[in-house]
Design a protein. Structure first.
Length: 275
């Protein structure tokens, strides 16, 4: 899966002519030493992916991770050493940094929310709002940042959303149909917008209830109503600033799509050694 994603990114960058800048300016025999360095503080994720970018361009490049994924770094921290053909290092540089910066950004955003709610039992989790083709990598980055994964796709759990409820004819109808279809062998989660809908869910039963866009006071009442009968998940406007009050309501999970699809990339650079 990593190789598929990296090969696709390299092909996009190289096109049909290859790296014409490096080919024109750097002798084929030149070798170099370089390092990938953190420019900003954050949590690293994606070192293996970055290393594959260099190795797939030239197997003679040695890419050595100096920290582990999940490590919190300060500006100036060297995260990877590189040695080998200078052309290959330069050609793979942008793809490697794109992956490493994006995945480290996901891990960093996750870690900030995880730290903000560390005084509660709640966990931050991701959603299916991921970059097409990069879901597994982004969900891995969430774990590097101290979060947990929601379902990976449409195939591994049932999540009944508002449109499913409307199409099925109501909360009870949707839940009963889901339970009949799966025979109780698949986890069933359902989204509710109001406490009245929550009452309907509790009358029928579910494994998880997703409490969508509720304020902390309403969430506290929802948790009280559930009283441990199923897991609770809060979604909507989850940020580092809002997360503590939401988590303090007693919910089990906070889910946020932006940590995968809109997290700012971590600023990392590749520096050649002098000489």
């Amino acid at each position: 899966m990593i190789d598929e994603a990296v090969r696709r990114a390299l092909a996009e960058d190289l096109g049909t002519a290859g790296d014409i800048t490096t080919a024109a300016t750097v002798p084929a025999v030149q070798r170099a030493k370089a390092a990938i360095v953190a420019r900003k503080p954050g949590v690293i994720a994606g070192l293996t992916v970055a290393a594959r970018a260099f190795q797939l361009i030239d197997s003679d490049i040695a890419a050595t991770a100096l920290v582990k994924d999940g490590t919190a770094v300060k500006p100036g921290t060297w995260v990877m050493d590189l040695a080998g053909p200078a052309r290959g290092i330069l050609t793979a540089e942008r793809v490697a940094l794109n992956f490493l910066g994006h995945l480290s950004g996901v891990a960093t955003a996750t870690a900030e929310i995880a730290a903000a709610i560390a005084h509660t039992h709640a966990r931050i989790c991701c959603t299916r709002k991921t970059t097409p083709g990069l879901r597994a990598l982004e969900k891995y980055a969430v774990r590097c940042g101290g979060g947990v994964n929601h379902r990976f796709g449409l195939y591994d759990a049932i999540l009944i959303k508002d449109n499913h409820i409307t199409a099925a004819g109501g909360v009870a109808q949707a839940l009963n149909a889901a339970r009949t279809s799966t025979g109780g062998k698949v986890k069933i989660e359902i989204e509710v917008d109001t406490l009245a809908q929550l009452d309907e869910v509790l009358a029928v039963g579910a494994d998880v209830v997703l409490l969508d866009n509720m304020d902390p006071a309403t969430l506290r009442e929802a948790v009280r109503k559930v009283n441990g009968r199923c897991a609770t998940e809060a979604s909507g406007s989850i940020t580092k600033a809002t997360a503590p009050a939401i988590a303090e309501s007693g919910v089990d999970f906070l889910s946020a799509g932006w940590i995968t699809h809109s997290a700012p990339g971590l600023d990392l650079g590749l520096d050649f050694a002098d000489g």
